[in-house]
Design a protein around this ligand. Structure first.
Ligand SMILES: [Zn+2]
Length: 77
């Protein structure tokens, strides 16, 4: 396959190269708030993508999902 790093990032539909990489290595996305031990909100400072850490894995969310899970934080943004 000719798919490079940028291609694999685009294929996920959310996030940018920085936070996709940072989800594993640190830096981005940046921790914002936790409403429970399994509801940790993160956000990329570069592409503004919301991320969810459910205690096991960090994954990007759509804006709608982020607003549903963290209404106070996301609606105020
Ligand atoms: Zn990003």
């Amino acid at each position: 396959m000719a798919t490079g790093e940028m291609g694999s990032v685009a294929a996920t539909g959310r996030g940018c190269a920085v936070c996709q990489e940072g989800a594993y290595t640190g830096g981005q996305p940046r921790f914002v708030v936790s409403t429970s031990p399994v509801d940790l909100l993160y956000r990329c400072d570069l592409c503004r993508t919301w991320w969810l850490d459910n205690g096991r894995a960090l994954r990007p969310m759509t804006d709608d999902e982020a607003r549903d899970r963290f209404p106070a934080q996301v609606s105020a943004d």
